[in-house]
Design a protein around this ligand. Sequence first.
Ligand SMILES: C[S@@+](CC[C@H](N)C(=O)[O-])C[C@H]1O[C@@H](n2cnc3c(N)ncnc32)[C@H](O)[C@@H]1O
Length: 186
Amino acid sequence: MSCTLDKENFYERAKKRAYTRILAEVKDARHILDVGCGSCGLAKFIAQRTRSKVTGIDITDVDFPTARQKRRQGVTALVNCRKGNAENLNSFRARSIDAAVSTYALHEFQHPILVLKEIHRVLRPGAYVVIVDFPCHSLAEELWDEQYFTLAQVKALLTRAGFKDSQVNLIASNQLLLAKAYKILS
Ligand SMILES: C[S@@+](CC[C@H](N)C(=O)[O-])C[C@H]1O[C@@H](n2cnc3c(N)ncnc32)[C@H](O)[C@@H]1O
């Protein structure tokens, strides 16, 4: 089996786990923000199953689904992906989002603290962020030769961004990091 195939299999298996866990976390939210959404796969997955509105934002828009693809998948009115830097979410009203999600993007953000502070700003009080990424010392680190955050680093970032009650755990046989944290009523 080629190395490329290993990577694809690993990513696809991890993605399935991540999407299922995230869906369970956000199933009651009505407007969800997907930060670093890529091709909007997670946004479509959530919208198809919850009929919630999911807005994706990504610094590059090359992979966004076309209107035709969205129509075919029955999410035309629900999924809206837009190009933008998550370090500045000014196109969203403060306190307007019910839940924010982000998969495999935290390690790619140039300034993760700025992104997390922006997410915190646009969440309504009582709302939460759910982050999935590969953790430090995971198989992914070897496969992609990338560096990921430790659980403690993610928790510290969330705290610095203003989040409370954060829980950061390993899932999927320790190959994924799942973080959930709240914007507490103030
Ligand atoms: C590894 S991809 C993950 C994409 C998608 N979430 C997924 O699970 O397939 C990371 C994404 O983060 C995006 N990204 C990196 N920095 C960003 C930023 N500052 N604002 C918005 N998106 C960003 C990249 O363009 C890329 O699409």
